[in-house]
Write a protein that binds this ligand. Structure first.
Ligand code: HEC
Length: 168
């Protein structure tokens, strides 16, 4: 009889009584977690910030890479979304404009090479080339002419930095 009743209630639990209520079961672990989180943050906020900066950089670069791959899909004719070129080009230009803030001192991690911080001038040059090429590509797309040369220059800007400053 007990067995039959359990089977007919797939959740197997009622949320009505104090110690099996959803809130009661969530509240205690949440409290402990928050306390643990606080002491962890206090002990290692610098390390966490660096790790966060490296993660954020990687995710932002992946976003840039996604937009460029989408542009290539359109240029190769995989899809006919010519009207999407401008939004992708615009996104790349906007991301390029913030890219110089993605490499704070101490944020080594992921595929970023130490050379970024050891040769800051050479790195800044590659960054500047990217920050010129990205809005130039957007302008070429929006202008409606031949976007080939601007696309080449943009691709070279990515590669030029990756060759010396990114692993793999
Ligand atoms: C000034 C240097 C620089 C420029 C310019 C640059 N990148 Fe990156 N990119 C990096 C570095 C460094 C990493 C590694 C980041 C990390 O792992 O923290 C990276 C990572 C990436 C990743 C993540 C995958 C991987 O292999 O690590 C993609 C995708 C990517 N870049 C695409 C692009 C594209 C597309 C462009 C041009 C439109 C571009 N990048 C321009 C330096 C650059």
């Amino acid at each position: 009889m007990e067995q039959a009743q359990t089977t007919s209630e797939p959740m197997g639990r009622s949320f009505g009584t104090s110690d099996t209520s959803l809130w009661g079961r969530l509240k205690a672990p949440m409290g402990r977690k928050a306390l643990l989180g606080l002491s962890f943050v206090m002990a290692s906020s610098a390390a966490l910030a660096d790790e966060g900066a490296a993660d954020y950089r990687y995710h932002t670069m992946e976003a840039i890479g996604g937009h460029l791959s989408a542009v290539v899909d359109i240029l190769q004719g995989k899809v006919a979304h010519q009207a999407h070129l401008a939004p992708h080009a615009n996104a790349i230009a906007e991301m390029a404009a913030i890219s110089d803030t993605l490499f704070p001192e101490g944020s080594i991690g992921g595929n970023a090479k130490a050379a970024i911080w050891e040769q800051p001038e050479a790195f800044a040059e590659r960054m500047a080339a990217f920050q010129d090429a990205a809005p130039a590509f957007r302008d070429a797309v929006v202008g409606g002419g031949d976007i080939g040369p601007a696309f080449q220059t943009l691709g070279q800007a990515c590669k030029g930095c990756h060759d010396d400053f990114k692993d793999e």
